[in-house]
Design a protein around this ligand. Sequence first.
Ligand code: F6R
Length: 628
Amino acid sequence: MRLVSEGPSPRLNAMCGIVGYVGQRSSSEVLMSGLARLEYRGYDSAGVAIVSDSGSLVSHKRAGKLGVLAEDLANSPLESGSTGIAHTRWATHGAPTDANAHPHLADDGKLALIHNGIIENFHELKEQLVASGETFSSDTDSEVAAVLLGIAYRESRDLTQAMVNVVGRLEGAFTLLIVHEDAPGVVVGARRNSPLVIGVGEGENFLGSDVAAFVAYTHKALALGQDQIVTITKDSIDVMSFEGEVVHPPEFTIDWDASAADKGGWSSFMAKEISEEPEAVANTLRGRLSPEGEVTIPELDSLDVSLIDRVIFIACGTAAYAAMLGAYAMEKWSGIPVTVELSHEFRYRDPVVGAGTLVVSVSQSGETMDTLMAVRYANELGAQTLAICNTQGATIPRESDATLYTHAGPEVAVASTKAFLSQTIAVYLLGLYLGGHRGFVSAELAAQTAQDLHNLPGQIQEMVSTGPRIKELAGWMADTRSVLYLGRHVGYPVALEGALKLKELAYIHAEGFAAGELKHGPIALIEPGQIVFVMVPSPRDPSSLHNKVVSNIQEIRARGARVIAIAEKGDAAVLPYADEVIAIPPASPFMEPLLSVVPLHIFGMELAAAKGLDIDQPRNLAKSVTVE
Ligand code: F6R
């Protein structure tokens, strides 16, 4: 996720939600429930278009939340029909107004289009269309595609052919869905650099930005590939490339239930997702790690492990911190050099990469454009590519040589929480897997690590139950303007993750530092009252890091900092210096960070709640960033 909306800059993206339906049900119901499940993607207007049973195209769209549209539709229902498309829009080109909302109509109101992404050449296309007498009723780039499709349909009288004729003229990123009143029972979609998944039903079929759009109706899905066009009717699904070649997309089963994407009585999706952190970790481990520490992941069979002499992780934000954390363990357990890079940095330098390099992308959504582009770049450079991903049917897994799914269940809150833990576990498993293949991990270490990992869900549950205490702390700090986070070794990525959560959820300035870096500059920030969270390694840790971090605490305390230490239960050394200690159960060094991060997730959420902010949809952010 990252920056979206507010103004019409072409670099800001629409993270829109898209739903399409053909079947026997009332499409209005299916479409509105699909949009509700896609709400988490972030949006500022919504709309729906239906080909009615009497054969006319009817539509309605409104700026504002889905409730505004739903109320209008309740007061003046659209004519019913069982074919339709619906959309939630994040404003990019043009303000979030009724007119700029989707669907956009063309061909004298007989064709409706919805669009996610950005049509980069819309200016020149619009100029040409205006010059030839076409008129526009919105400021959007999307309406240009609608008008082009209207013209193309008039020429071909075939909705799929119209799409084939138009996609070649569009530059940029797009998912497009169209319906036409002269083609009842048909929805046509196309995608380039923007997600679209097909839901396969019986006597009905679906399209969605992700499977959440239709999981309430079917668990069978097809992943539409890059530069492909799909035509659905109630009984058929036809897919072709932009060049018109028939394609058979791979089928997959959605392994979570519609109820998993509901709030289920929690005050926010984030509260629910933090409560699911133990389960997310258990799910990532399930069936993959024997008590002896042997890792079984058939999904990795397509990699040539014997070739791998280097691993590069590419990821953004929280996913990058999970990779950083996992990389410490992976290097130690596999003996392979491991580096971690932000996807958008990797892509714009000239990395030395070859067949011996395994490039591992980490992405909850599997749609983050920066990471997708970096994966493509790695593929071009001849690397082996592995995706660690949580979302089935997403683009990054499709474009990678192998995929390790985290199985954390749907993550709806914009800020990532349970995905961080499950991504780290996936990297740990990969480390043990590679170490096992290379004969680098001793049987004893493997068995001990397996035991530690299997103990984790229970220990994470203990951390989740620190919630009420953390809430109290957050309540006292609602006026805080700046919070620092310190950690060393595996505590460092946790410090970065804690700071990111606070920035994005509570809009408070926050920084994470490697504690050893303090004296090299950041200590100048410490003044009386400055709140500092410190990740304290276990006193049982054979390295001397515990003592070093306790010294750091003393240094900042001497300068007036208020210290909240996250330390092992019974660690007497921190007590004299900490204003507050959050105790974690004894765990091995690589497991500790997965415990200490939990109160930091809770803290970010509770501070946002104390400030009365929208926890699930922080300002300026959307769940998956599908453009650069
Ligand atoms: C922070 C957060 C983001 C994402 C990042 C990558 O809470 O959620 O930093 O981790 O945008 O997203 P994915 O994992 O979908 O590639």
